[in-house]
Design a protein around this ligand. Structure first.
Ligand SMILES: C[S@@+](CC[C@H](N)C(=O)[O-])C[C@H]1O[C@@H](n2cnc3c(N)ncnc32)[C@H](O)[C@@H]1O
Length: 276
């Protein structure tokens, strides 16, 4: 059996897990809280240019279906102002604008993408460069930290999205509090994140795939095993669905029902909350 399968799966929900000694997790390693941002930055600088290709390779394209579902659930009305945090190479931002255009014929919706990693943002900038969205000034990109959105005024956005980003942040609860601050009353927080599989058989197959195949694919396609090893470990350390839903409620959001929807047996989940 792969050594990682017996490693303590996270999902404890304690964020950070060891605040008394100011440590947090980076994958399965405990590191000083002050180091995590730098280590995460190294991962995403390393994967930036292969990021979109690797997403397709690792998920067999399923991440596209999850992201489409995420935007359908958001169902942004015309004129929505979206803040997409940890927006990386702009996949969610583009889907959002495509949805507004194709469903409503709306060319007034706007998205502001913030990501801590300049290399990821640069790939995103290239994606939109000279596109119709760019020419209509519907998309802006900025380097910034989800835990401190100092350039975003309070109560200034209609919707806030964070996709596959929050588990990389040091203080998950602080990220959610910042989301609450910047949303207008009536605004919606939506998070798409890898989560915890709810079926034991699927769980075993998923663990095998995660720990045996994904790092090997990272090595093969991107010559970078370590970053993809971090990816699968970081997923196991992220709080379980119900714990994360509670973090969202604790920040002040109202959640409908459980507050989350599992995708593909819980491999990923959409969490959502309203600022009333
Ligand atoms: C897996 S990528 C997701 C990118 C994009 N949202 C998507 O779904 O394709 C995670 C992103 O989170 C960003 N990130 C990590 N920590 C962050 C932080 N504290 N603040 C903002 N972005 C952060 C990384 O730089 C990276 O671009």
């Amino acid at each position: 059996m792969c050594r990682f399968l017996s490693n303590p799966a996270g999902g404890s929900g304690s964020v950070p897990p060891n605040s008394a000694t100011s440590e947090t997790h980076f994958g399965f390693r405990n590191v000083p809280e002050t180091d995590k941002e730098r280590l995460v930055a190294q991962v995403f600088s390393s994967v930036a240019t292969n990021y979109d290709v690797m997403n397709d390779a690792m998920s067999g394209g399923i991440h596209r279906l999850w992201k489409d579902q995420f935007i359908r659930r958001l169902a942004p009305p015309p004129g929505t102002v979206l803040l997409d945090v940890a927006g990386g190479t702009g996949d969610i931002a583009q889907r959002f604008l495509n949805y507004c255009d194709s469903v409503h014929g709306d060319q007034t919706a706007r998205v502001h993408l913030i990501d801590i990693n300049p290399d990821m943002v640069e790939v995103g900038r290239q994606r939109f460069k000279n596109s119709a969205y760019d020419l209509r000034s519907q998309v802006t990109l900025e380097v910034g930290n989800a835990e401190d959105l100092s350039t975003v005024p309070s109560e200034s956005v209609d919707a806030y999205t964070i996709a596959f980003g929050i588990r990389n942040c040091t203080h998950v609860d602080q990220v959610v509090r910042e989301a609450y601050r910047v949303l207008k009353p009536g605004g919606r927080f939506m998070c798409l994140e890898f989560s915890h599989v709810d079926n034991p058989v699927v769980g075993q197959i998923y663990d095998l795939y995660s720990f045996q195949v994904i790092p090997a694919l990272g090595q093969l396609i991107a010559a970078d095993r370590d970053s993809y090893q971090y990816l699968v470990e970081s997923i196991r350390k992220f709080p379980r669905q119900d714990k994360f839903a509670q973090i969202i409620r604790d920040a002040g959001f109202y959640t409908v029902g459980s507050g989350y929807e599992n995708l593909t047996f819980g491999v990923a989940a959409i969490h959502s909350g309203f600022k009333l």
